[in-house]
Structures are given as C-alpha cells and as structure tokens.
Ligand binder design. Structure first.
Ligand code: GTP
Ligand code: MG
Length: 296
C-alpha cells in the first residue's frame, strides 16, 4: 500500500508571447490540445491541460503572452493572463533563453503571485555555448527567490519530464479536480476550433491570423464512427476572406487538411471537416462577439 497522500494543484504557465508556453503544455500532455505557431499572440484565452496519474493531478493553465496590448481583444488576452497568476499553487514563468533578457518583466511578473515560482528557460536547443546558458541562469536567479530555475526545450522535450517531477514535488495534498481521463476541461468543439485556428495562424501571412477566429457550428458522430464537423472561420474584411480561401480554394483546402489530421489524431477517429469563411466587420473590437468567442 502506498503511504503517499494524493496531490493536486493548479499551475499557471505565463510569459511573453512566443516563448513556447503552449508548446510546453502540449509536450507535457503528450497531445496537441492548444494552438502553437511562430507568430506571437497565438493563444487568446486561458486553457487548462490536465495531467493525471495514480498519485497526482496537475492542472496546467496555458495563458496568452503578456504584451503591451492595444486592441480590445488583446487587452482581454493580457487580462486573462494576469488573472491566472493569483490563486494558484505554482507559477511557471517561461522565458525564451535564446532571446534578449527581459529582467524587469521577469522580476515584476514573479512578484505578482503569492505562489512559488519556477523560472523556466525554454528553447535551450538554440543557446550555444553551454556557458552562455549557465550565465543566464545565474543572472536571472538573482531577480527573484525562484523555487527552481529549470532549462528545457519544449520542442525537443529535453528536461521536460524533470520539470514535471519538480512541479509534482511542489503540489499540496488534495483531491483531483477533474476526472482522471480528460486532458482538458474544454469541450471537444472548442479544441477543434483551436486546431483550425492554428492552421490559419501557420499558413496565412502577417495580418490575417490576427483578424481570424474560428467557431465550430456542429459536431456530430455518424453511425459509421466518423465525426462530422462544420466550422466557420471569421475574418474582418473581404480581402482577408479571399486570402483564407485562396486561389480556387487552395488555401482553405490546405487549412482543412492540416486541421483534419490533427483533429483525427486527437479524437482517434476519422473526421469529416467542412470549413466556411465569413466576414464579420471589426469583430475584434465588438464586445458581443468577443464574449461569444469566449475572449472576454
Ligand atoms: N527552437 C525551439 N523552438 C521552440 C521551442 N518551444 C517552442 N518553440 C517555438 O516557438 C514558437 C512559439 O511557440 P508557442 O508555444 O506558440 O509560444 P507561446 O508562448 O504559447 O506563444 P503565445 O501563445 O503567442 O503567447 C513556435 O514556433 C514553437 O515551435 C523550443 O524549445 N525550441
Ligand atoms: Mg500560446
């Protein structure tokens, strides 16, 4: 018989845009449930990813990158990230080890929580030589009494298991918050919408991703086990609609194919995905739409 008591807790993942927070969550869970792209501000809402085993349940909270927000939607994103800093058991403050240091941000963000803070240096695969990484760890360590300073590569997975071990070691005793067989508290529909949105982020250029939202209109399991999903890609202008559809529908087809593959992997079944594109002017500034999309 085990004499260890069950442990559980909430662990928020925060940091600047594009440092690899969502990549880390997907890596920890071993499944892709949140959107990742090489463009900043990919994540728009807080999303919980749940890691359960016999002795513990860790509820990781992925958050939008903290930045100087101007638009209404971006302000809501940053508010959501700050909202995830309090009332938690542990904070993972992620920095890009290959980017210039951002000491004020690190110091101020770490000071905002009452919880212990792990400083996570991500993208160490891009830091050469090793001495540089050690120097950086030493310099950053002096900014806050961090409970741990952990270098990782979310992309390759290097040291991520070790990070999870350290997180587990910090959890208080407690009961599981969620059933042990779910990866996220988001409905499947919402995860699927995110995976479609990710493809728009990845496959289209500069302006379009930021003008895009995705809503799953229907999600039905057919008798043959195939899941039929219909989703609408919202954009702000006609020109953007043209880009998303592409020449003879080529772009929409690529988006659909890539999204379907991810969704099939996640759901473990064949998927029939139908995509529509709709212009909704200035939706990123409209409260009602932002609410409906869960961004505000
Ligand atoms: N080389 C390298 N790239 C990484 C690593 N982790 C993430 N990336 C890349 O960094 C980019 C941003 O990753 P995301 O996970 O979307 O970053 P994020 O912090 O969630 O970004 P926002 O949601 O915009 O705040 C993507 O192109 C990733 O593939 C890593 O360990 N090494
Ligand atoms: Mg993200």
């Amino acid at each position: 018989m085990k004499n260890n008591k069950f442990k559980s807790g909430f662990v928020s993942i925060v940091g600047r845009p594009n440092v690899g927070k969502s990549t880390l969550l997907n890596r920890i869970l071993g499944e892709k449930i949140v959107a990742v792209s090489d463009k900043p501000q990919t994540t728009r809402t807080t999303i919980r990813g749940i890691l359960s085993d016999e002795e513990s349940q860790i509820v990781f909270v992925d958050t939008p990158g903290i930045h100087a927000a101007r638009s209404r939607m971006n302000r809501a994103m940053v508010d959501a990230a700050y909202g995830a800093i309090s009332g938690i058991d542990l904070l993972l403050l992620v920095v890009d080890a290959a980017a210039p240091r951002d000491d004020d941000f690190v110091r101020q963000t770490a000071a905002k929580t009452g919880a212990p803070v792990f400083l996570v240096l991500n993208k160490v695969d891009r830091v050469e030589p090793r001495e540089r990484l050690l120097e950086m760890m030493a310099a950053l360590s002096s900014l806050h009494p961090f409970a741990e300073v952990v270098p990782i590569s979310a992309q390759s997975g290097a040291n991520v298991e070790r990070l999870v071990e350290l997180v587990r070691g910090r959890l208080p005793e407690g009961v599981p918050y969620f059933p042990d067989d779910i990866l996220t508290d988001q409905p499947e529909k919402v995860v699927c919408a995110e995976l479609v949105r990710e493809k728009v982020f990845r496959l289209t250029g500069e302006e379009v991703p930021y003008a895009t939202a995705v809503v799953v209109d229907s999600f039905k399991e057919r008798e043959n086990g195939v899941i039929a999903i219909a989703a609408t890609i919202l954009v702000e202008r006609e020109g953007q609609k043209g880009i998303v559809i592409g020449r003879k529908g080529a772009m929409l087809k690529r988006i659909g194919q890539a999204a379907r593959q991810d969704i099939e992997r996640l759901l473990g079944t064949r998927v029939f995905l139908e995509l529509y594109v709709k212009v909704q002017e200035r939706w990123t500034e409209r409260t009602a739409v932002l609410r409906e999309l869960g961004y505000e």
